[in-house]
Design a protein around this ligand. Sequence first.
Ligand code: 5CA
Length: 427
Amino acid sequence: MGEGVRYSKLLIPTLREEPGEAEVVSHRLMIRAGMIRKVAAGIYTYLPLGLRVIRKVENIVREEMNRAGAQELLMPMVQPSELWNETGRWGEYGKELLRFKDRGEREFCLGPTHEEVVTDLVRAEVKSYRQLPQILYQIQTKFRDEIRPRFGLMRGREFLMKDAYSFDRDEEGAKTSYDTMCRAYHRIFERCGLTFKPVEAESGVIGGIFSQEFMVLAETGEDSLVACHACDYAANVEKANGDSCPRGHGPLSTHRGIEVGHIFMLGTKYSRAMKAVFLDNNGKEAHPVMGCYGIGISRTAAAAIEQNHDAKGILWPLPLAPYQVHVIPVNDKSERVMITAELIYGTLSNLGLDVLIDDRSERPGVKFNDADLIGIPYQIIVGDKNLAEGRVELKDRRDGKITKVTTEEVIDLVKKLALPPPPQAES
Ligand code: 5CA
């Protein structure tokens, strides 16, 4: 259901000046558009506008995880060292793992990922092949004590992740779960309105048999990837060796990207280490074969800006925009302007659209600059001059194109442009 809101009632502290410390465009624009504020290095508050974008990403991810048959749960952020000692990662993980003691001198860490906790759950509760497969996921705050937290939400210490874990009877089942998740990832990033590429990758400290990253393509991306011209081979540069395609199809080109998702075929690395077993259909003990699947929720919001911005501000893809329509009455002293703007605002919100109305007593220039900075895809500008001819302006934020139309026409047009189409069926 759509939601209408008044600018004057929202905390949107926009800034005209460039924030000094911010090195990348998403960081700069999120600060300037009043979406985030820093609390400590790599730790941010999401303000109302920023949180709306985060929620839009979460909703798409949640819908697609549920559609793929994954079940949502919520595990604790604080994890006991005992579980991490069972897999050896208490020793291996290094300083990124933030460790501390409780009042009883017991050791804990803030969860950077949840393989241990979820495997502990499954070994206690899943005893028979009849209970498999299981795919469990959560959307939760993670903590990684990164050496160089920078770039705002792109590389935070505290950040939001969707992490999913699959448990299967055998390798074949695990491959099916992996493929199901992979398809869900394609749908998620398509629905977000992002240009992306899945690439072969290294699996690092998570480990396992093989892994793929989902890269949002952007010149400002921190990661480098190579892609083949002739086939669909693509790999993170860390993984690719040499500059020709290993499938023998020809030259590779280099691109820059942002890793927004990473999926891993884990095998039995965790279930074996933690002695998770079930009885198979012959009554024999076996370890569930696992996969794990991450999406950086807060990073996806930032990556959307890296890929979609101009000199004036953000160009939100419609599915991630904090609001879909921004109604701008240019003169709040004019009764006619305010009545028309309120009418459009009310009608569009009732139709189920997310609408922001700039009801502030600000100069038109200030309102226009803020609107371009915040980057809501459609602006409806209501002014005395056009109203004298019975018209308002519909501005497309991305191409700047302005169409003069009647009040009734603007409702119809925006309905067509901005009402989300019903999600398509599984292909
Ligand atoms: N256990 C697996 C997935 S369930 C895992 O932790 N994978 S990960 O390390 O690749 O992280 C998953 C995703 O979280 C990454 O693809 C990235 O989009 C996001 N992410 C990782 N580190 C950060 C960070 N410091 N700031 C923001 N997002 C991050």
